[in-house]
Design a protein around this ligand. Structure first.
Ligand code: FAD
Length: 403
């Protein structure tokens, strides 16, 4: 195995993170509004997921004045499979965030098992990954951003105006804030990319969903470190033991398929999988987080005023489980371009765009090709059979899948 993570998984504990008293929070929010009304920043980051937070942290450490605006209330979940791929560790080390991310991991991932109908195969992943529940991960990253001096406005929304101005809406007030660079880390279907006219011509056809529930009895039979992937007509599902008590599922549904609801896909998968059926007797997700449509591929990702990072800059599908890695990696790519050009400029935008095309967009194309083979039941069954018979095919799939 390559670069592995040595971490002690911690148990899920939502109250462990620092939360402010409501009165103190209200005071902090109104102070922030008066700061925003007077100040301009080197950088405004729109979006506080892994891409936005890590980018804000890295740029603040470079000495830039940074403001981050996130629409989510702190502690709200995000539609995700929560599996951080092993290839992310080197990137996180370079960003100085490895220990922070390890501290929220509730488990490790080392194998993936694919199954379609009666056919299936298992393989070791190229590097040990981690299970990082997003509530904890996103919260920790935002806390770190604040610690290194980033002004965080949350919940607040930002809208592109023109030439580096954004309208920030917070606590019922709208303020125009100025920055030399607006970083759009606002995820799939980025509002900033659309406002710039960079949206793709045709929208994607797929939707993601995710949810968890308590199923300790079924989990007592679970293989540690394993990601289970199941392909059925209309979509696929990834399942992990998020802790010793909680099971987490995330999947994808094609808009044109007959399966239109996450619960239907879950039931369909459970028909051939007794362990999941047992887990469903213990409970079900009480709500689903959704995302989409996808894939999403903007026509441009950077110019002298704006740069897109993470999903906003393009996302294929969750199939390979590399979304968070790409989010961190694109933040690292942008910060390298910033450093190389001593700040943001047309030249820095060109450097970043080229780097993104060569390192991330190309990889996403590969993911889409592999997903074509493994994301549909008949083709997946054939691939499973071939991978079992020919170990080289299995290692080709491993290299093409999760890195
Ligand atoms: C079903 C599914 C399963 C997945 N499973 C995995 C997995 O197991 N492993 C993995 O690595 N990746 C997975 N991914 C992908 C991963 O979730 C994303 O790639 C990752 O979240 C991207 O991070 P980001 O910071 O770019 O965007 P996001 O995490 O989407 O964050 C965007 C943020 O921007 C905020 N925002 C949006 N608009 C505005 C606005 N106007 N103003 C202010 N804030 C705004 C949002 O509130 C949000 O907080 C999965 C995705 C799906 C759909």
């Amino acid at each position: 195995m390559g670069d592995t993570a040595n971490f002690v998984p911690h148990q899920h504990n939502a109250s462990a993170a620092r939360d402010m008293e409501p009165a103190a929070q209200a005071r902090a929010d109104s102070n922030l509004i008066s700061v925003l009304a007077q100040q301009s920043f080197d950088v405004i980051v729109v979006g506080g997921g892994p891409a936005g937070s890590s980018c804000a942290i890295a740029l603040a450490r470079e000495g830039a004045s940074v403001m981050l605006v996130d629409a989510r209330t702190r502690g709200r979940d995000k539609c995700c499979g929560h599996c951080l791929s092993g290839g992310a560790w080197t990137i996180l080390s370079e960003l100085g965030l490895r220990e922070l991310v390890q501290s929220v991991a509730t488990g490790a991932t080392g194998q993936v098992a694919w199954r379609s109908g009666t056919r299936g195969f298992e393989m070791n992943l190229p590097a040990l990954g981690a299970i990082t529940p997003r509530i904890e991960l996103d919260k920790k990253l935002l806390e770190e951003a604040e610690r290194v001096g980033v002004r965080v406005a949350q919940p607040a929304t930002a809208k592109w105006l023109a030439g580096g101005n954004v309208a920030v809406r917070m606590l019922g007030q709208e303020l125009s804030v100025r920055a030399k660079l607006v970083i759009a880390a606002d995820g799939l279907g980025s509002g900033i990319a659309r406002a710039r006219g960079w949206n793709p011509k045709s929208p994607g056809r797929k939707y993601g969903f995710a949810g968890s529930w308590r199923a300790p009895l079924a989990l007592s039979h679970w293989s540690a470190q394993r990601i289970e992937m199941r392909v059925v007509r209309g979509g696929y599902l990834g399942v992990v033991a998020e802790s010793q008590e909680h099971i987490h599922v995330a999947g994808l549904i094609d808009r044109n398929s007959k399966v239109s609801r996450p619960d239907d896909l879950l039931n369909e998968v459970a028909r051939d999988w007794p362990l999941l059926a047992q887990a469903l007797q213990e409970g079900r997700p009480t709500h689903w987080n959704a995302a989409g449509p996808l894939p999403w591929k903007p026509t441009c990702i950077a110019d002298e005023y704006t740069a897109l990072v993470g999903d906003a800059a393009g996302y294929a599908e969750p199939f390979s489980g590399e979304g968070m890695r790409w989010a961190f990696e694109s933040a690292r790519g942008l910060v390298r371009a910033w450093r190389e050009h001593n700040g943001w400029s047309v030249a820095a935008a060109r450097t970043y765009s080229k780097w993104h095309r060569d390192h991330i967009a190309r990889r996403q194309q590969k993911t889409l090709r592999t997903a074509w083979f493994l994301g549909e039941p008949k083709r997946a069954a054939l691939m499973c059979q071939t991978a079992r018979a020919f170990p080289r095919v299995a290692s080709w799939l491993a290299c093409n899948m999760i890195q």
